[in-house]
Design a protein around this ligand. Structure first.
Ligand code: PLP
Length: 469
């Protein structure tokens, strides 16, 4: 029997993997979670030691897909994704030692130099395969503050059955981030530079999904990290890294830079399946809603303030609802009430018993811009390794856990290449990160985008006019 997917707002009407892949979000406003978890026990983990990324991915991910995609087809998709030309390091996710018992897990060897490529490249190919089989087309509409848009565009640019529209706030992303999106010249890729903020972009996208008629007419689909398939794909590198450092016979810890709670939730999912993870650290920048929550038990929304780590400048961590569902023992009604009250009152409080449980699974640390810069500088001075600001936030958070448990290896996912954030690196360390051929070439290419006012109707019109079906 294969795994089905249920909404965090209620278990009725379970869906298959391919359904949740294509739709992204549950129609009741909840997020899809698996109705059971594959068990990867000690013995199975020992058998995974020394296997390739693709072979480990096959063992970890295939149970989530079950019979909705043929096993041989899926293996081929994994090989195309991870053994083709997209990732330019023969070890897809190298570990670099930065302390007596601390490692950076480099997740920036994909086409857009952020960890998002590792899931998005697989997602694009899964979409293409399933749409071809079902003889369907979809329209992806998404908002980005930087890294998601380019990873999604790179993943979908060659897909025959997808039109993709990405909204970015005009003039508010870095030049590198903008060019990674706008220099892609493909008939199915449409960049919209919106006259507004990231929140305005997201607001428009949400309203388009809420328009049932439009949603059906265009077969709208989401690729932000609420899409279950992205979480699933991200669990793999937690296994790969832990196995490389001696799991299951030696537990390891992770500290993960967090915005939407997607990546760290994937780490939690790996643990849920049986990977012996000792501590799971959440690292936030000054937008520290999660860190405040773990300290006080109060989830309280505050204004987003720009930081040196812009991909984490988020206040509503969408994926946290997935964890809350587990924490609340699948009490769907209470969770629904909680999320509705959060939407209305911008806050909720969790009781002490739940908080005790939550604090056993996660620790959380926040980091100011000054601390971020210090960390980048210290890391370079002590190890010669340049890190990007997001990685620095995680490394800052990791220090506390390392001090408490020095004997447990600490793994810090480096979610972006330092060359994606040259100003911040230069400001903190005093040297320019090396020029990456992939980034040099886009600085000279022509850009393709359409500027639009912050107006739902005009964006809708633009999308409807430009879809190819
Ligand atoms: C997206 C992103 C994050 C945040 O990841 P979440 O899954 O949203 O928590 C952190 N760092 C970088 C570089 C990113 O691109």
């Amino acid at each position: 029997m294969s795994i089905k997917y249920i909404s965090t707002r209620g278990p009725g009407n379970p869906q298959s993997f391919t359904d949740v892949l294509l739709s992204g979000m549950a129609p009741d406003g909840g997020l899809y979670i698996p109705d059971s978890w594959p068990e990867i026990d000690h013995n199975k983990l020992e058998h995974l030691q020394g296997l390739s990324y693709v072979d480990i991915a096959m063992q970890i991910i295939y149970p989530f897909i079950g019979d909705t995609i043929d096993k041989g087809d899926f293996q081929n998709i994994l090989i195309e994704t991870y053994q083709g030309d997209e990732f330019n390091h023969s070890n897809l996710t190298p570990l670099v030692q930065v302390g007596p018992n601390a490692w950076i897990l480099e997740l920036f060897h994909g086409p857009t130099l952020s960890f998002k490529d590792y899931a998005m490249q697989l997602l694009g190919r899964l979409f293409d395969h399933v749409l071809e089989k079902q003889n369907k087309r979809i329209t992806i509409v998404g908002a980005t503050s930087g890294d998601t848009g380019s990873a999604a565009i790179e993943a979908c640019k060659g897909c025959k059955n997808i039109d993709i529209f990405i909204l970015h706030p005009q003039g508010r992303t870095s030049e590198v981030q903008r060019r990674q999106m706008t220099t892609v010249d493909a008939p199915n890729v449409h960049n919209i530079a919106l006259e507004g903020t990231f929140d305005d972009c997201q607001h428009i996208v949400k309203n388009m999904f809420a328009d049932v008629q439009l949603r059906q007419e265009l077969n709208l689909s989401a690729v932000n990290s609420i899409n279950w398939a992205r979480i699933m794909a991200q669990t793999v590198y937690y296994f790969v890294a832990a196995l490389a450092l001696g799991a299951p016979n030696r537990p390891v810890s992770f500290t993960v830079p967090t915005g939407n709670f997607g990546n760290v939730y994937a780490g939690w999912a790996a643990k849920r399946m049986g990977l012996p993870i000792h501590k799971l650290g959440i690292a936030t920048n000054r937008n520290d809603i999660l860190t405040r929550f773990f300290k006080s038990g109060d989830m309280r929304l505050e204004k987003v303030v720009p930081s040196l780590s812009p991909s984490m400048d988020i206040q509503i961590s969408s994926n946290f609802e997935r964890y809350l569902c587990e924490l609340m023992d699948h009490d769907y009604d209470s969770l629904t009430k909680l999320m509705e009250s959060f939407k209305k009152n911008k806050k909720f409080t969790m009781n002490d018993e739940m908080m005790r449980k939550a604090r056993q699974e996660f620790t959380a640390q926040s980091c100011t811009d000054l601390e971020t810069m210090d960390m980048m500088k210290n890391c370079y001075q002590e190890t010669g390794v340049l890190i990007d600001p997001h990685t620095a936030v995680a490394m800052h958070g990791a220090m506390k856990i390392i001090a408490e448990d020095p004997s447990v290896p600490m793994i810090i996912p480096a979610c972006a290449h330092p060359s994606k954030f040259p100003q911040a690196v230069h400001q903190a360390v005093g040297i320019k990160p090396p020029a990456i051929p992939r980034l040099v070439s886009i600085m000279k290419k022509a850009e393709f985008f359409t500027g639009l006012p912050n107006d739902l109707k005009q964006v809708k019109n633009f999308v409807t006019k430009n879809v190819s079906h």
